[in-house]
Write a protein that binds this ligand. Structure first.
Ligand code: SF4
Length: 239
């Protein structure tokens, strides 16, 4: 069973220029046929990936290959329950990936916590912290279901519908707020998401808010420290 993340509506990109329209469609087609996948094997669902990748089901025939670094990956595959400690690494990994990027949640544990729904140590609903493109539910889903889910993602990319990465920029305050609830107010990552949102022209009214204000407050003491350090280095050079 697959379920798309529909919690926040996905806006279709505006394509006014006909030439840009053709180019976008071509890019979407090429993207959907050549995807590098970073599999973050958080839970037991990861055990279904080797058969999906190797000769029996042969994921590579679809143009999907494993990738070892986030910088070169297009898909972030989360394969089961995510502990709170691991979720921090998952978010940092996601933020390091270049856009456009796609998140696939495998296993029921990523949908609603699954059999760990009462655990104090796991994050229950992945889409509260990261924008999820496709869920592949099941405990654990068979390789056929994994392949089918990825094919659906390919189809969405080809049709220009897989825009969840834009939601992260447009609703950053929402995602950051959920992350702060879980990790505490002093949570921060090395990536400047607001600057990236400006770069992609994806700033919306929900990009910044009370949660990003808390983040900026934390970053200020660091800025002051860096300024002090630079000042001291300058003085040392003059002497
Ligand atoms: S859904 Fe089942 S198989 Fe998947 S991570 Fe949870 S407990 Fe493990």
């Amino acid at each position: 069973m697959k379920r798309k993340d529909i919690s926040i509506p996905v806006e279709q990109p505006k394509r006014s220029n006909p030439l840009a329209n053709v180019f976008d469609e071509l890019m979407d087609f090429c993207r959907s046929r050549s995807m590098f996948m970073l599999h973050y094997c958080t839970g037991c669902g990861a055990i279904e990936l080797p058969p999906a990748m190797t000769s029996r089901f042969d994921m590579e025939r679809l143009g999907i290959q494993p990738m070892v670094t986030p910088r070169q990956a297009d898909i972030l595959l989360i394969t089961g329950y995510v502990s709170i400690k691991t979720l921090k690494r998952v978010i940092m990994t996601y933020e390091q990936m270049a856009s456009p990027k796609y998140v696939v949640g495998i296993c029921s544990c990523t949908v609603n916590g699954g059999m760990y729904w009462q655990s104090y140590a796991t994050a229950k609903v992945l889409k509260d912290y990261l924008p999820v493109d496709i869920y592949i539910a099941g405990c654990m889903p068979r390789p056929e279901a994994v392949i089918e889910g990825l094919r659906e993602l390919m189809s969405d990319i080809k049709q220009g519908k897989a825009n969840s990465w834009q939601r992260y920029y447009k609703n950053y305050d929402y995602y950051l707020g959920n992350q702060q609830k879980l990790f505490g107010d002093n949570w921060q990552t090395p990536t400047d998401i607001i600057a990236e949102a400006r770069h992609y022209n994806l700033i919306s009214e929900q990009t910044e808010g009370k949660h990003t204000a808390v983040l900026q407050q934390h970053q200020k003491p660091l800025e002051a420290f860096e300024a002090r350090l630079k000042h001291q280095q300058g003085q040392a050079r003059e002497q």
